[in-house]
Design a protein around this ligand. Sequence first.
Ligand code: TXA
Ligand code: MG
Length: 350
Amino acid sequence: MITEMYRVDGAHLNKEKIEKAASILRAGGLVGFPTETVYGLGGDGLNPDSAKAIYAAKGRPSDNPLILHIASRAELAPLVAEVPASAEKLMDEFWPGPMTLVFKKSQIVPLETTGGLETVAIRMPSHPVARALIEAAGVPIAAPSANTSGRPSPTQAAHVWEDMQGRIPMILDGGEVGIGLESTIIDLTGAEPTVLRPGYITPAMIEEIVGHTELDLASLGQPEPGMRPKAPGMKYRHYAPKAKMTLVDGEQSAVCQKILELAESAEENGKRVRIICTEETASCFAGFDVACAGKRSEPEEIAHNLFRILRDSDHDGVDILLSETFGETELGQAIMNRLMKAAGYHIIYI
Ligand code: TXA
Ligand code: MG
């Protein structure tokens, strides 16, 4: 299959190309498109064959449900069995934006889209290209992140190209995404709102709107045998760079010291080493290959850069990735959720 890629963002939100993408979606085809979090791989959310095509293109297990993307609140009611009061409050506050809510599904949502679950995850993105595409398609768009299963989520159209070229007919290039981490997922089908995947919308922000929230612990740490995260996707290996990745956690100067030690010994063994550092620590690593993720005081910047840094390490043939940790803030904890998976939970505490 030939994949076409078109630049569609900003001043030249290209109506003609968006209409073409929408007609591909309506016909059961797939389109890569930008959202404010990461790029999505979209298909018609009400067409079971589109869901199957998405799983095939990503190489993703079909028990891992897809998020439905809508452009207006009016599109919600037909997709869900009920809208709890907490959902109304959260949607008023955070939609459109990087928040996904899990509801009991209605009959029209196919089980192929929800990975066999009786619940459905729904999100209203704020990105103008995503919104224009959903409106033009006239159907909810089912979209996982547009990476091959297991790889870092795409934050640029070039990343989607890398993973999906030849597998899908079209990619809409809206430039680099703003946030760089996938949406916060909140389950509203139980007694208390429960965060299934941490993200840019933090537990404190959610609690301010709905009071108490739970955190699905199974989604956070290393899944133990028998532990079943409520978001099925959280149990799979994710974000993995080709390099062997090690995280070092502790007091800053001790962390730098340990990373230097590890880097030196890996280089002596002929390995290509890269250190993921921050502006505050970059000077410790003079002479080493570093990727600076941003300022520690600005976790938004680190979130924005993280997946690109992981992909760049693949392109550059890095064997060993060493990184400090970022868990001091709530957004930092969302970053750590991804980084721990990327490192296969390989972390040294000093
Ligand atoms: O920011 C995002 O959410 C991006 C963009 C493209 O919107 N999408 C995204 O989709 O990250 P994906 O498929 O890569 O991750 C969706 C996660 C998976 O962990 C999946 O298991 C969970 O959402 N999920 C989907 N439907 C669910 C449901 N009904 N109940 C629980 N978890 C669900
Ligand atoms: Mg994903």
